[in-house]
Ligand binder design. Structure first.
Ligand code: BEZ
Length: 211
């Protein structure tokens, strides 16, 4: 069954390029990004893994651990990593799960038979420190993902975990935020004594808290 927002991220033990990992133990108190790619030694995937490697400091700054997966074995990932370093200018600095038996892929519903019943799709799961799933994304094999967008969502998730706010379309860290409709004006007055702008009764805007 598909994994939905709020579900507990399924736990597993798997072989990776950094040894055997039991997922929940490995995550510890961190946020997590689990992402799959269709196949090693393929062009779009090569650019994606390079892009994630370049963002290592950005993930670390947000207390996020990243782990990749495909249905290729670990030995294949290890050989491919040299190509990624050579062509993308960054060493792959996060573990990659080898899942030739599709154990994790099946657990996370990463094989979509109408797309290709042998390959994982480009899935992304963002997992909170409570191990619940905060975001799911599925991209087709032909479209490389925008990992800056994953960081942007994590910024929003971490902000809304700390403050009772929501973030508007195209928000980036530092932009104004929104008071969610579940928060009454009375509660908002307690939460945001600095005040807010009422554009409409249901659209209340304020500077990003905590900055
Ligand atoms: C790619 O990474 O370019 C790719 C992988 C699998 C299927 C199609 C494209």
């Amino acid at each position: 069954m598909a994994i939905r927002l709020g579900d507990t991220a399924p736990d597993f033990t798997a072989e990776t390029t950094q040894g055997t990992i039991t997922f929940h133990d490995w995550l510890g108190d961190s946020w997590g990004v689990l992402f799959s790619h269709p196949k090693d030694f393929t062009p779009v995937c090569t650019t994606e893994l390079g892009a994630v490697a370049h963002l290592a400091d950005e993930f670390a700054r947000r207390n996020v651990k990243v782990i990749g997966l495909s249905v290729d074995p670990v030995a294949s990932h290890v050989t491919w990593e040299a190509d990624i370093a050579e062509t993308q200018g960054a060493e792959v600095n996060f573990p990659m799960i080898g899942d030739p038996d599709r154990v994790v892929a099946d657990l996370y519903d990463m094989i979509h038979p109408n797309a290709d019943n042998t390959l994982t799709v480009r899935s992304v799961f963002v997992i909170g420190p409570d191990k619940s799933v905060k975001l799911t994304l599925t991209y087709p094999a032909s479209t490389g993902r925008n990992f800056d967008e994953i960081l942007r969502v994590i910024d929003s998730l971490q902000l809304t975990a700390a403050h009772k706010v929501a973030t508007p379309a195209n928000w980036t860290d530092g932009d104004d935020v929104i008071i969610g409709s579940a928060v009454s004006d009375e509660e908002a007055a307690t939460l945001f004594p600095q005040g807010w702008t009422t554009v409409k009764p249901y659209l209340r805007v304020l500077p990003q808290p905590g900055r």
